[in-house]
Design a protein around this ligand. Structure first.
Ligand SMILES: [Zn+2]
Ligand SMILES: [Zn+2]
Length: 138
């Protein structure tokens, strides 16, 4: 079984998850833009049971997702790195690929492309969807 580890920038919070993610996605929605200060969030979707925090206690910010169910962002209260978003509608975590120690995963699709700013960068070889592709809707 493969274990992937990650942490926030200052090291107060550490996490790990088991096995490869269900999906790896560039999300260009407005929420992800606000969260990252960038055009997109690079999220690795990990089943809730395969993910855990191994050091420290993250802070939580909760918003209602598009489904109406909660999205819980877990971030470091010291350095403010967002480590993951718990998507309760889909029973998975969208883990920040950037916070992994050795990220070997590449994006498989770009979603919410219609919300992207005019200056957004889209990889040419990655399938692009205006919103959420049908197979990803819970
Ligand atoms: Zn930190
Ligand atoms: Zn998003």
């Amino acid at each position: 079984m493969e274990i992937h580890t990650g942490s926030c920038r200052c090291g107060d919070i550490e996490f790990c998850f088991y096995n490869d993610p269900i999906n790896s996605i560039f999300c260009y929605c407005k929420e992800c833009q606000a969260l990252t200060g960038s055009d997109k969030w690079f999220g690795l979707w990990v089943a809730r049971d395969n993910f855990k925090f191994t050091k420290g206690a993250p802070s939580t910010y909760t918003r209602a997702g598009n489904s109406g169910k909660d999205v819980n962002y877990k971030f470091c209260g010291t350095c403010s790195t967002t480590l993951c978003a718990e998507v309760t509608a889909g029973n998975f975590y969208s883990v920040s690929a950037t916070s992994l120690k050795n990220n070997k995963f590449n994006p498989k699709m770009s979603i919410y492309a219609s919300s992207a700013p005019p200056w957004a960068i889209f990889p040419v070889d990655v399938p692009k969807f205006d919103a959420l592709p049908p197979e990803l809707r819970g």
